[in-house]
Write a protein of this length. Structure first.
Length: 256
């Protein structure tokens, strides 16, 4: 038997909702919840596939080899320290204005870009592999071919200067290191984009839709002036319910 919905201004319910009441509220407003989820997934799909620009990453490894100096004592520990220092220098030098500007001036037309050196620097990321004997240099661009050519050109220019003798004006040699490139990327225009992460974006959109939908339903219930149950009446009026009037089915004949 259905209960009449009593329309009256409700005071704020200080007791909040129990889990059972929350589940009842969600069931009663399931259409709003589904609508919120669908809308967030739709806007997430639009953003992921039509708004954000796909970016492509390409990387190359710079291998560091330290020549043994017989005159130094404690060669193992000294070598380890030197390798770490050289790796740190490589990670910093790859973003130097001089390195990037040289690449842009000499190979900008070949690569097909006319970027400012600061734009290139912001798109470079580095990391060390193992005991810092290898530095991975990564470059990100909206064009996969540009990303592959740029990271190779930058790494080649840096290793050239690292391998120059210290007396050379362009030399960036720190100690007795020798560097060479490994895992040079092949030119592949069909490379998969590194960002955006399409499945992750859609999952986040789905979860946000659920969260926003539930919050909306709770707020809608909090500010509603309709009593949905006997407990709503008792909590608001602080009085027990003595009797309830059943809702009419509306199937009878009209009486004039």
């Amino acid at each position: 038997m259905d209960e009449n919905k009593v329309y009256v201004s409700k005071e704020t319910n200080e007791e909040g909702f129990t889990l059972v009441e929350l589940w009842r509220i969600i069931q009663a407003n399931i259409i709003w919840l589904i609508l919120a989820v669908v809308l967030f997934i739709f806007f997430g799909w639009i953003y992921t596939f039509h708004v954000v620009t796909p970016m492509y990453k390409s990387s190359v490894d710079i291998f560091i080899h330290i020549e043994h100096d017989p005159e130094q004592s404690g060669t193992d520990s000294a070598k380890t320290t030197t390798v770490k220092q050289v790796a740190s220098n490589v990670r910093e030098c790859i973003k130097f204005r001089d390195i990037i500007s040289t690449v842009l001036e000499e190979k900008g037309d070949e690569i097909g870009v006319s970027y400012d050196w600061q734009v290139v620097a912001r798109r470079i990321s580095t990391s060390t592999i193992g005991d810092a004997t290898v530095v991975k240099v990564t470059y990100e661009d909206a064009d996969p071919v540009v990303a592959q050519k740029m990271v190779t050109a930058l790494a080649e220019e840096l290793t050239r200067r690292l391998n120059l003798e210290k007396e050379h004006p362009d030399s960036l040699k720190f100690a007795t290191e020798e560097t060479k490139l490994q895992n040079v990327p092949d030119i592949n225009p069909n490379q998969r984009p590194s960002s955006p992460n399409k499945p992750l974006n859609l999952i986040i959109s789905f979860l946000l839709g659920i969260i926003v939908g539930v919050v909306f339903v709770i707020l809608k219930e909090q500010f509603s002036n309709i009593f949905q149950s006997e407990k709503d009446v008792e909590n608001t009026l602080k009085l027990p319910v003595i009797a309830m009037v059943p809702a009419a089915d509306g199937g009878g004949e009209e009486i004039e």
